[in-house]
Design a protein around this ligand. Structure first.
Ligand SMILES: [Zn+2]
Length: 358
């Protein structure tokens, strides 16, 4: 296996370095000390790398796509546990490696800005990946995200990723019904791609993505869009090939249920709920988590709609919220948006503003 790596490295040196060593051995430190970019894609299924590669002090970019790293057990990631690579690596491509999970040590690559892990069998990521301080681009397309799992999105709930991630590609996964609402906390996000899933709704929290420029959600099963998007100004909105319904003016008065009341009591005592989590009935805890992450906000006054509220479907030309739109047909030129109002008063004031009409 290492013969292939050696061969590839020799080729690399002869292309990029006039002082290429005539022969490479893993004992020769000059080999490792000069590396800044290594491409070992399509290396006939290598499953690990020599430890020395991880110790190379200038390595910033590493491409390992289309190999067999998924066959690797934990100890074979020793190369990724070296201090040098953890401090310096900025770009890592592990696409097409049959990975079912990423090693926990990937959460220590403190300089990493781009991680490409598309075309694997991932269903979740290590929680610490969300704590990387510089991660800006994450490509997760063609994996198994969305098959439900309690801790599946914990990596997305960390402060660092919420403050820094700019590009997220979750297309061609198993996302069902609705995206996790915590996506609305990715405050730096400029491009979100969720095409080719089975989504019926986008969360209202999408409207919190103030920096979002591009939203691609084609080839899903969306019925309508969240009303919070009516305040957005995107560059590109792609919602072609969905199941949009023609909904207009449907009013729903949501009543306060006992379960929500109980969850609100827990919310008020949030400082203690975590340590007492075991004592809270699972149904109630679920309701609490739902309230915490998926609260809807009044389109007019922006206050949370926790008690009774009104939802109303409003119709809008998507060109009002994006410079470029990609739709199926002319029929879809007007889309339905589900809007929330905390009171009939806010709904009336919003009507007077006429904000949703073309
Ligand atoms: Zn209101």
């Amino acid at each position: 296996m290492f013969t292939k790596i050696r061969k590839r490295l020799r080729k690399f040196f002869s292309r990029n370095n006039n002082n290429a060593p005539s022969s490479l051995t893993f004992d020769d430190p000059t080999v490792w000390y000069q590396l800044t970019y290594v491409n070992l894609s399509n290396c006939s299924g290598i499953t690990t790398l020599p430890k020395e590669l991880g110790a190379s002090p200038h390595l910033e970019k590493l491409v390992l796509s289309n190999n067999g790293f998924g066959a690797s057990v934990e100890f074979k990631w020793h190369w990724l546990q070296q201090t040098a690579i953890q401090n310096n690596l900025r770009f890592l491509d592990l696409s097409k490696n049959s990975l079912t999970e990423l090693p926990a040590c990937i959460g220590k690559l403190s300089a990493l800005t781009e991680l490409i892990v598309c075309h694997n069998s991932l269903r979740f990521l290590p929680r610490d990946l969300g704590t990387l301080p510089h991660l800006e681009k994450l490509v997760l397309s063609n994996n198994g995200f969305g098959a439900s799992h309690e801790f599946e999105w914990h990596w997305l709930q960390q402060t660092a990723i919420q403050n820094n991630l700019r590009f997220l590609d979750l297309s061609k996964n198993s996302l069902m019904i609705v995206l996790p609402a915590c996506i609305g906390k990715l405050s730096a996000l400029t491009e979100l791609i969720v095409c080719h899933n089975s989504l019926r709704y986008l969360p209202q929290s999408i409207g919190n993505l103030r920096n979002l420029q591009v939203l691609r959600s084609s080839n899903n099963k969306l019925f309508y869009l969240p009303g919070s998007m009516m305040n957005m100004q995107l560059e590109t909105l792609d919602v072609s090939t969905n199941d949009f319904l023609t909904l207009d003016g449907t009013l729903i008065f949501k009543e306060l249920t006992l379960r929500i009341l109980a969850a609100k009591v827990v919310l008020k005592n949030r400082s203690t709920y975590r340590k007492e989590r075991d004592n809270i009935p699972p149904e109630l805890f679920k309701q609490f988590e739902y309230l915490e992450t998926e609260t809807n906000y009044c389109l007019y006054c922006k206050r949370p709609c926790l008690d009774s509220y009104i939802t109303e479907f409003m119709r809008l030309n998507p060109l009002c919220i994006a410079n470029t739109t990609i739709l199926d047909t002319e029929e879809n030129e007007i889309l339905s948006f589900q809007c929330y109002f905390c009171s009939p008063d806010c709904r009336e004031k919003s009507r007077i503003l006429n904000i949703w009409l073309e």
